[in-house]
Design a protein around this ligand. Structure first.
Ligand SMILES: [Cu+2]
Length: 220
């Protein structure tokens, strides 16, 4: 076994997996596609190099301690992946794309696609551009195409969780978030149009108290 090659492959695999997780979890907003491609490439290189490192110079001489270390690593990685899958973190967020939703919130949040959004020279398009919402209070967001000219836009999640499809002047698109997270989205025909929604949650009693103070009546 060649320790240097093995360690380099492990490093490449870890970096690749971490990169893919970061891009899909919405942390890296600007370089998403590029970063994903680079991460996938690193992961592939690592996977291809690993057997070379492990098997070079005959099968490895293993002892109990090494087997135990490997076992712990395998356990940690599987535990991490399972947790991510259960909590819907990173790429696993997509598992919940068709899952049950919690319906519309009592308060709606409105985002305007302002006139001239189609123009790449204009800095304002989705207004407000970055919003924070709280589950059970205002997790339903309504986007309105307020263009003066007849220009269609989309509201498309970068990870494919939701997509309005093209909607024209005067039309709206509504989406209800049902899980915490940072969701960045863009417009398909005008990729410079970018926005994000941060979805947070609060303990039930606080949610109830806020709704009570806001004088919002709920069915539950
Ligand atoms: Cu657009």
């Amino acid at each position: 076994m060649d320790k240097t090659i093995t360690w380099i492959s492990v490093l490449l695999i870890v970096t690749g997996v971490a990169g893919i997780f970061l891009t899909y979890s919405g942390v890296s907003k600007t370089f998403e596609h590029g970063m994903n491609a680079v991460s996938a490439l690193l992961l592939l290189m690592g996977v291809l190099m690993l057997p070379g490192g492990l098997l070079r110079g005959g099968p490895p001489n293993v002892n109990v301690r090494q087997v135990m270390a490997l076992g712990i690593v395998v356990f940690a990685v599987s535990a991490g992946l399972s947790t991510a899958a259960v909590t819907g973190y990173g790429p696993f967020k997509l598992l919940y794309a068709t899952g049950p939703t919690i319906g519309e919130s009592p308060i709606k949040v409105f985002v305007s696609i302002v006139p001239g959004s189609w123009d790449p020279r204009q800095t304002e398009n989705y207004v407000p551009n970055a919003i924070r919402v709280i589950l059970m209070i205002n997790h339903t967001v309504v986007w309105t195409n307020d263009e003066e000219l007849d220009v269609a836009h989309t509201v498309t999640h970068d990870g494919g969780l939701f997509d309005s499809g093209l909607f024209g002047k005067g039309e709206t698109y509504k989406y209800s978030f049902s899980r915490e997270g940072l969701y960045s989205y863009h417009c398909v025909p005008h990729p410079w149009m970018r926005g994000s929604v941060t979805v947070e949650s609060l303990p039930t009693d606080q949610v109830r108290e806020i709704l009570r103070r806001l004088n919002v009546t709920t069915t539950s």
